[in-house]
Design a protein around this ligand. Sequence first.
Ligand code: IPD
Ligand code: CA
Ligand code: CA
Length: 299
Amino acid sequence: MASRFSFLYVKDCRTSTSTRHLATNSSKIFSMHKNYLEAAVEIAQEAGKILMEEFFRPLDIRYKGDEVDLVTQADKRSEKAIVSQLTKYFPEHAIAAEEGTGHESASASEFRWHVDPLDGTTNFAHGYPCFCVSIALAQRDTLLVAAVFNPFYNELYTAARGEGATFNGKRISVSANATLSTSLLCTGFPVRNRKLIPNLQYYGEFTQRSHGVRRDGSAALDLACVASGRFDGFWEFGLNKWDTAAGVLLIEEAGGKVSDFQGQPYELGGPVILATNGLIHDEARKVALEISKRTPSPG
Ligand code: IPD
Ligand code: CA
Ligand code: CA
């Protein structure tokens, strides 16, 4: 199978065989193992079909804790399909999946898939069609590929390190808006420990200082929308690795910037993420720091 992403698989082989030799045998390699990005896209789209089947069925909603952390049959079915297919294609790789059916420690592999089988469960449960499947692969701390798929609108975002980011097959880049006051921003509120995270203060202040702040309810799609220029910036506290892994690579490959409020590189699972088009980053960061002085936050 010919692919412009073939270099990614070469890395996975981890043999002393020369690159030239691997290239010669690439068709054999690809017939045995799917290319990472192609696999991520295929699996996200299959999981998306499951979400759409479930979207039109009566819901079986459960609460994961005592707050508003919902889980549905759709989250579980989607994750089952994703984990089973990833395991089939990449049996050596670790999988960190939100509903806990991955196999994180089963492998000493330096490759790890970060899977959110349904990002935006609350939206999904209420019939609001802003939800997605989010899948990313990291090699140690380096994100390699990302796929974010909203099956309702058939919107697919992809990225591969060094290869750029796309939306439905077309190259995307972050917005060119250079000031916070003319920006459209987005944020999110956690479904757990809701009272510990003071995001309302940030929401209010950023609303006053910009064209507005949306709260769309799917962090992976929010980040994808920064990558495609729909939003100029996004921040949120307390997100997990599976919420942000794919979106972070999308933004980096679309020319944006991702950090914490201090300007340090964002680490997956870190207490706060600030993701922008790069041009408004310092301005947004300074505002966030000002607010944090008045409002203690985990970031
Ligand atoms: C949630 C969504 C939401 C964000 C929450 C996440 P889930 O993920 O990404 O936008 O604000 O913090 O937990 O639970 O729908 O996968
Ligand atoms: Ca999520
Ligand atoms: Ca989820």
